[in-house]
Design a protein around this ligand. Structure first.
Ligand code: 6MZ
Length: 339
């Protein structure tokens, strides 16, 4: 391991643009929240069998873990804790700006509404504001109804001070972008940025859905693991920014090495890219090492990395934070003598 490069990746001020809040849960916290031994055993089993499968079964495994996680997070205190620990972990890793995404949820059969869920997260974001500038992206889950998704859009409007975007995520087996298209159109009308998970499975239906997503022209795209050459060229020509999550992509795509990751293809085309963690807790990764692994695999120098991180700041949804982030990076470059 190149310690000097790793230290550089740790110390450079970073931005995180693709992090699912509940997926960031520390594994120790996840274990504590699992109440029954049956659930503990199920988690053990899922962890043991993950690596055996192909992309489809790995995805199924990950989504079973998400279902287990969802069932054991049952109140606002737990969400407060997960948000607190997530921001603490990012801030300790020198992440200075983070867009956390989450699907709003109610607890206690609706007695605690989704607005309380969002307010709890915003409370913690405020507590951390001296250490890290955090914003929210609200996620529509592919399995939800149009009514539920409309409620999420309305919540995004209600909390615009902190909510900076709308996301589509969830089990990629469910091809539902078309169903939600009208809501994403509304988002455009009110200048709410959008990011859509695209190309997560190697199948025909997924490739077909990619076209519908590209026709919509979202502000950013997540993953883009599986795509046709035509779709690839379209994204490059239209300069639609990509959120790439190396460890998560490597695991779900079943790649042997970071060197097989599609980062380089887009990087060499000077495409706008952000390196992100996706689910730092569940995937057991952090942003510094994600950046380090990519730098190592594709022979990026410190100067390349600095320029890459600087360019990525242009992709944030809360443009008010741009100046502050770029200043932090400039201060860092002056102190670290990379040029
Ligand atoms: C698609 C993903 C994902 O919303 O409860 N999520 N959706 N692809 C992925 N790549 C592996 N990783 C996470 O965070 C957890 C939820 O984020 C989505 C899933 O719907 C998961 O249940 P929140 O905070």
């Amino acid at each position: 391991m190149d310690d000097d490069l790793l230290e550089f990746c740790r110390s450079i001020p970073k931005i995180e643009l693709h992090a699912h809040l509940n997926g960031c849960i520390r594994s120790s916290t996840f274990r504590q929240l699992l109440s029954s031994s049956d659930d503990q055993n199920r988690l053990d089993q899922l962890e043991q069998t993950f690596a055996q499968g192909n992309t489809h079964s790995r995805m199924a495994n990950v989504f079973e873990k998400f279902a287990l996680l969802r069932s054991c997070v049952t109140n606002l205190d737990e969400i407060r804790r997960i948000t607190y620990e997530t921001l603490e972990d990012f801030s300790n890793d020198n992440v200075i700006y983070a867009e956390l995404r989450t699907r709003p949820r109610s607890f206690d059969q609706g007695r605690i509404p989704s607005s309380a869920y969002i307010e709890t997260i915003i409370d913690v974001i405020k507590q951390f504001q001296e250490k890290i500038c955090a914003r929210l992206i609200l996620s529509i889950d592919r399995i939800q109804s149009v009514e539920q998704a409309t409620e999420t859009f309305q919540l995004a409007q209600q909390y615009r001070d902190y909510v900076v975007g709308l996301d589509l995520s969830g089990d990629p087996n469910v091809k539902s972008f078309e169903r939600f298209r009208s809501i994403f159109d509304l988002a455009k009308q009110v200048n709410l940025s959008t990011t859509i998970h695209i190309g997560e499975l190697p199948d025909e239906e997924c490739l077909n859905e990619n076209n519908l997503i590209l026709d919509y022209e979202p502000t950013r795209l997540g993953h883009f693991n599986f795509r046709t050459n035509e779709q690839e060229q379209r994204v490059i020509q239209e300069k639609i920014p990509l959120e790439l999550c190396p460890t998560s992509n490597l695991l779900t795509m079943n790649l042997n090495d970071f060197a097989e990751h599609h980062f380089n293809l887009f990087y060499t085309n000077k495409h706008p890219i952000a390196i992100c963690t996706d689910d730092s807790g569940l995937m057991d990764c952090c942003l510094s090492t994600e950046i380090y692994n990519i730098a190592k695999s594709f022979h990026l120098s410190k100067k390349d990395l600095y320029e890459f991180c600087f360019r990525a700041t242009n992709l944030i949804f809360d443009k008010n934070a741009l100046k502050f982030l770029q200043q932090k990076l400039e201060e860092f470059s002056q102190q670290s003598n990379i040029f």
